[in-house]
Design a protein. Structure first.
Length: 153
């Protein structure tokens, strides 16, 4: 069995390696700025989670559906429960994205687009610190998968 050296240095022999070698490396100050933005993102996210959980504990709409026994009220109560579940799931996904962004920052890979391997850009990461795609690839991703986010009736 042939053993592959995983730690060989990059050489400009192929296109992927040339792109990786030309990636913009952030300064320590920029990395600190991104770490700060990730902290702000986490605080906002945790506040949203707390508010969602507090609101989901509110029994007003469940009491309304239970007292009236009207199919319409029960349907509204069910929709509100599903909305709360969807919000909580979205928050969990954002927490995972946040942790992944912290790992990429620590590894020096936060600026690498997962699609094309080009720079994501410091300004984009400041605006949305968990971004994993450059603007061009994100636009293409949204066009390609836009139908998946559409509600179905």
């Amino acid at each position: 069995m042939t053993q592959i050296n995983q730690f060989r240095p990059l050489s400009p022999d192929n296109e992927t390696n040339r792109k990786a070698m030309n990636m913009t490396q952030f300064t320590q100050l920029q990395n600190a700025g991104l770490a700060h933005r990730l902290g702000e993102f986490e605080r906002r996210l945790r506040d949203d989670i707390r508010a969602t959980l507090l609101q989901s504990g509110d029994q007003k709409y469940l009491d309304l559906a239970g007292m009236v026994h009207d199919l319409g009220d029960e349907a509204v109560a069910n929709e509100l429960i599903e909305l709360d579940d969807a919000l909580i799931e979205r928050h969990v996904q954002e927490l995972r994205a946040l942790e992944a962004a912290r790992r990429r920052l620590a590894d020096g890979r936060i600026n690498r687009c997962i699609e094309c391997n080009n720079d994501i850009g410091y300004e984009r990461l400041l605006a949305y610190p968990v971004a994993v795609r450059c603007v061009v690839c994100q636009g293409q991703h949204e066009k390609t998968y836009a139908h998946e986010a559409m509600p179905r009736m």
